[in-house]
Design a protein. Structure first.
Length: 452
């Protein structure tokens, strides 16, 4: 078999696979300490650029969101040839009525917040200001670096190699192809939005079915390790991080096994985006081992990958798609969700059914804790803020763990999913959010009772 590889592939093919793949792993999957905080290279680059131009980013983001809304209106009304004949621009601006309205709402919110005009319940630093001046500043730079650097993970054979090795585990356990393991790891050690971006790219290129893309985006786009520590520290229990994060990993595995097997994810069709199915690489031909077949596929992928010009062109298309397509959705849905959370009692009402469940698991201050069970759908950090004043360590521990394990929150990951091509609706996301909550709550309660 080694002789066959040497005959078919040159040393350049091996280097074309190995070097970019190592770069991709170092950029997206290798956590390290920087100024006392755990991070990954892409997130660090994004943070450094964000700090450098943070005063200019809100204006840039407001302009981008406005261009998206105005461009969508122009396409809908006039259908100019320069938009119709450009595949990338047509894909960005040709949207249905719902998304057109969403983009216009996002533009209105962005302009109101940036120019500080309008009611306080829209423009305050805890609502619209949080989205524009905090979240979107970070996502602007993350999308920039992720868009250009993701090909190191996706285009040079790493997914083919690793996917072949772990398919025998991923397929029966999580009902996913082996290549999804890279998405999962990138999300867990990095950031959920990076995982969604990677998943969306793989879905559009025909590597995932609708069901597989939906499962990866909603089940494995985890909160980063760093932010998990921030949440636990917010409730005053940072010293318990080891026990806390081990529990979150257990919840993630259990939810990853259960949630894809029940509606709505189980009802997603195994059809491909635009019919662009890539040839399956999961079956290993006779005469190959999983390692040799994975190496074979990786080298073919690396050899067939585009040149530098194509690399840059694809990166620019990905960045434009995320900036113009996703950021207006985040501005609209994130702001609306926070308005509902801060200005209405809706999430308190929705949390009331959790009171008997919390009492069943002997969680003190069940009434106070119940409102944190649902409000995380608006923003993942809100439960720990609301629950930080509850006197019980056990209750605060459970709140911090459940909020991190729910994964889908509209101020970030949920809005990114809605703005992507991944076929998960707002209603389906809420159902999955509830399913994950019901899985996380008893596990966190048991873990909390062991500690306290």
């Amino acid at each position: 078999m080694d002789t066959e590889f040497k005959d078919r592939f040159s040393m350049g093919d091996y280097l074309r696979f190995i070097i970019p793949s190592i770069i991709g792993i170092l950029l997206f999957m290798f956590p390290f300490k920087h100024e006392g905080e755990t991070t990954i290279a892409v997130a660090l680059f994004a943070s450094l650029l964000s700090d450098l131009i943070k005063d200019q980013i809100p204006l840039i983001v407001t302009i981008i969101i406005s261009i998206t809304a105005i461009g969508s209106i122009i396409y809908r009304v006039f259908k100019p040839s320069f938009l119709k004949e450009n595949k990338t621009l047509k894909c960005i601006f040709n949207v249905n009525t719902f998304w057109l309205i969403t983009r216009v709402v996002g533009m209105i919110f962005a302009i109101m917040v940036f120019f500080d005009i309008g009611p306080e319940w829209v423009i305050s630093e805890d609502i619209g200001g949080l989205i524009l001046y905090d979240l979107l500043i970070t996502l602007f730079t993350i999308f920039l670096f992720a868009g250009f650097l993701l090909p190191f993970l996706t285009d040079f054979g790493l997914l083919e190699f690793v996917g072949t090795l772990v398919t025998k585990f991923m397929r029966p356990v999580f009902l996913l192809p082996g290549r999804s393991s890279i998405d999962c790891i990138a999300s867990w050690v990095g950031d959920g939005t990076i995982g969604v971006t990677l998943t969306n790219k793989q879905y559009e290129e025909g590597y995932y079915t609708q069901r597989e893309a939906s499962v990866v985006a909603t089940t494995f786009s985890a909160v980063s390790i760093t932010f998990s520590l921030v949440v636990l520290s917010q409730v005053g229990l940072g010293h318990l991080f080891g026990h806390y994060y081990l529990t979150i990993i257990i919840i993630g595995i259990v939810a990853g096994i259960i949630v894809p097997r029940i509606p709505p994810l189980s009802r997603k069709p195994d059809s491909y985006y635009g019919g662009a199915q890539k040839k399956s690489t999961e079956e290993i031909p006779e005469g190959y081992t999983s390692v040799s077949w994975g190496t074979n596929l990786a080298l073919i992928k690396a050899r067939d990958s585009g040149d530098v010009k194509q690399f840059i062109k694809n990166g620019m298309a990905t960045v434009l798609d995320m900036w113009l397509g996703v950021m207006p959705v985040i501005m609209a849905f994130g702001t609306l969700a926070l308005i509902i959370a801060e200005a209405t009692p809706i999430f308190q009402w929705l949390g009331m059914p959790f009171i008997p469940l919390l009492k069943l698991f002997r969680i003190p201050y069940a009434v106070e804790a119940s409102q944190t069970m649902i409000i995380g759908f608006a923003d993942m950090f809100l439960p720990s803020v609301i629950g930080s004043n509850i006197p019980s360590d056990l209750t605060r521990f459970v709140i911090a763990g459940v909020s991190v394990s729910q994964l889908i929150y509209l101020s970030e990951v949920g809005a990114v999913i809605l703005g992507s091509k991944i076929p998960v609706s707002l209603g389906e996301m809420f159902i999955i959010f509830i399913e994950r909550t019901l899985i996380a709550l008893p596990i966190m309660a048991i873990s909390g009772h062991i500690l306290f």
